[in-house]
Design a protein around this ligand. Structure first.
Ligand code: ATP
Length: 452
């Protein structure tokens, strides 16, 4: 991969490219938007699916010690009682009565002041002289009602994390998969949090998808497995194009730990704009907290019988957890590049081929027959194997630029000679190098170049 070191100062170029090219639209936009919700458009959904597939491949497919799960979003309210979310899944909420700003107490330093004049002077919620209320704890779980009557007996929660679906299925999976410790259960799915201050594009939203894995281990081995999973996860980002200088991992101080955590490593990314270093992914050491709580509350046995040690115990857990949107955003940010060219500026998304929404664009030099027909035949032969785009409008230079901007790694140009020599030209996004290839050898050559 080519890394130019081009760094965005703020997210604006990515937000506008995402909208202009159909990656991400504001949710309910025709009604003025809704609560920092976002809709993934035609290219966004492809990219998001690729991010999830790359995670699943690394976490499940390529490993012998992993199985998958897709649990329900709506779970028994007893799950959230037992897990501690009803009691502890809270954020400290503060109101500035002068500026009419509501914010999270622990985000005061990063939250711009609510008064436009003071904001211009660089004041934040922490430094503004406004009068603030005491922080009060606000539970972030969305409530809903199951059944036709809005009575308290029917209250249910939209899950705020996917992890609990894994814990409550631990005994089922142990009994059916014949796995031995250490092994993991991976899951991708929607989570919901009634965030006080959502924002920064898709960084913090109230509805988001999570990729979470619970790795069950013998107590005492967390000192080995916690750093192992930290390294695995950092390497995954780097392999898919996140630059070394923009990612780091650090141990959270004890006062910042969640209620279930025995220790958390935070994988942080250097976000553009005011955000700076902030969480991309958490790698938590959860001990036997969750299995223990569910065993106690449900009365079901959650222990594992260790054949070697001839003893039963509750496994400990290491949990890497990330939002699909946050991961997608870092891949977009680190891929974004601008370079001078004869028409001014070439905007290129240098996305890793595994996550690029379109792998190959097929571009005939002319719409006319027999060229158009040949190009359509080439496109049809590639379509079952990868996501392609066929584009026969406007000048070829414009079409290359359009593909560069959405991160398409390769273009295949069908020209007038193609009719005679049955060959086409492959053009690379990053180097713009071109190579002539017989149509009969096109597919394997594309696979080779894409590393598929
Ligand atoms: P933060 O401190 O940013 O609120 P958190 O520590 O509450 O995050 P976790 O509970 O550890 O987050 O969730 C695991 C991952 O899920 C986060 O690292 C992040 O990638 C993602 N995530 C959490 N909350 C949100 C959200 N509101 N919007 C988008 N992604 C989120």
């Amino acid at each position: 991969m080519i890394h130019t070191g081009y760094t965005l100062e703020n997210m604006e170029p990515i937000v506008s490219l995402a909208k202009r090219r159909g990656f991400v639209f504001q949710g309910s936009e025709i009604y003025g938007g809704f609560g920092n919700s976002w809709d993934y458009g035609p290219l966004g959904v492809l990219m998001e699916n690729n991010v999830k597939a790359a995670w699943w491949r690394a976490m499940v497919q390529l490993r012998d010690d992993m199985v998958g799960l897709d649990a329900a979003i709506l779970m028994s309210p007893q799950v959230w009682q037992a897990s501690g979310h009803v009691g502890h899944f809270t954020d400290p909420l503060v109101d500035c009565t002068t500026c009419k700003l509501r914010y999270r107490a622990d985000h005061a330093e990063q939250t711009p002041c609510g008064n436009p004049e003071w904001r211009k002077q660089g004041l934040t919620a922490a430094t503004c002289p406004g009068v603030k209320t005491e922080a009060r704890q606000f539970n972030m779980m969305f409530k809903t009602f199951v059944g036709p009557l809005e009575e308290s007996a029917a209250v249910a929660y939209l899950r705020p994390e996917t992890a609990q679906g894994i814990f409550v299925n631990f005994a089922n999976i142990l009994g059916t998969s014949r796995k031995k410790l250490p092994f993991g259960i991976a899951q991708i799915g929607k989570s919901f949090r009634n965030e006080i201050t959502p924002g920064n594009f898709i960084f913090r939203t109230r509805e988001f998808e999570q990729m979470e894995m619970e790795y069950f281990i013998t107590p005492g081995t967390e000192r080995e497995w916690h750093p192992y999973w930290g390294d695995q996860r950092v390497n995954w980002y780097k392999h898919l194009g996140v630059r070394d200088e923009n990612i780091r991992i650090r141990d959270l101080p004890p006062e910042d730990l969640a209620h279930y955590s025995k220790g958390t490593k935070e994988i942080e990314y250097l976000w553009p704009g005011g955000l700076g270093w902030a969480e991309l992914e958490g790698v938590a050491s959860r001990g036997d907290y969750d299995l223990g709580r569910h065993q106690e509350a449900s009365g079901r046995d959650m222990t594992f019988f260790d054949e070697e040690k001839k003893e039963r115990y509750l496994p400990y857990v290491i949990e890497p957890a990330v939002g699909v949107g946050r991961a997608t955003l870092v891949f977009l940010l680190d891929a974004y590049d601008e370079e001078p060219d004869k028409e001014g500026t070439r905007v290129v998304l240098r996305l890793h081929p595994a996550i690029a929404p379109i792998k190959v664009a097929v571009l005939p030099l002319s719409k006319k027959e027999p060229l158009g027909g040949l190009a359509r035949t080439v496109a049809a032969s590639l379509r079952p194997h990868m996501m392609i785009q066929f584009d026969d409008t406007q000048a070829i230079g414009r079409r290359y630029r359009r593909q560069d901007e959405i991160g398409t790694p390769l273009c295949v140009t069908v020209d007038f000679e193609s009719i005679e020599d049955r060959a086409v030209t492959i053009r690379e996004r990053d180097s713009m190098a071109q190579e002539r290839v017989p149509i009969a050898e096109l597919l394997p050559r594309l696979h080779e170049k894409l590393g598929m």
